[in-house]
Design a protein around this ligand. Structure first.
Ligand SMILES: [Zn+2]
Length: 84
C-alpha cells in the first residue's frame, strides 16, 4: 500500500496596508500584510499545522516583497485594519 503524505503551504492575508511602492519590483501596489502557514497531510487530509510562520508584505507582482521580523509584523498589524 502506498501512503501519500507531504506538506502544503498556505498564504494567509492579515491586514490591508494600502498603496505602496514595492521595494523589489517597483510597482505601485495595494500591499497586503501576510503570513505563511501550512499543514502536514496524509492522503491530502490536513493532519497538523506546520509552524513555519514567515511574515511578510505581499506584492501581487513579484510574490514576496519584504520579510518581516515578529516586531515589525506586530506593529503593522496594530496600525492597519484586518482583512475580512
Ligand atoms: Zn513587487
Amino acid at each position: 500500500m502506498i501512503i501519500y503524505y507531504g506538506t502544503k503551504k498556505k498564504l494567509k492575508p492579515v491586514s490591508d496596508l494600502g498603496e505602496m511602492t514595492c521595494t523589489n519590483c517597483g510597482h505601485r501596489i495595494g500591499a497586503t500584510l501576510a503570513k505563511e502557514g501550512g499543514y502536514f497531510h496524509i492522503f491530502f487530509i490536513p493532519v497538523f499545522p506546520l509552524l513555519t510562520g514567515y511574515k511578510f508584505i505581499y506584492c501581487p507582482y513579484c510574490g514576496i516583497m519584504k520579510k518581516l521580523t515578529n516586531a515589525e509584523f506586530k506593529e503593522l498589524k496594530e496600525k492597519n485594519p484586518p482583512i475580512g
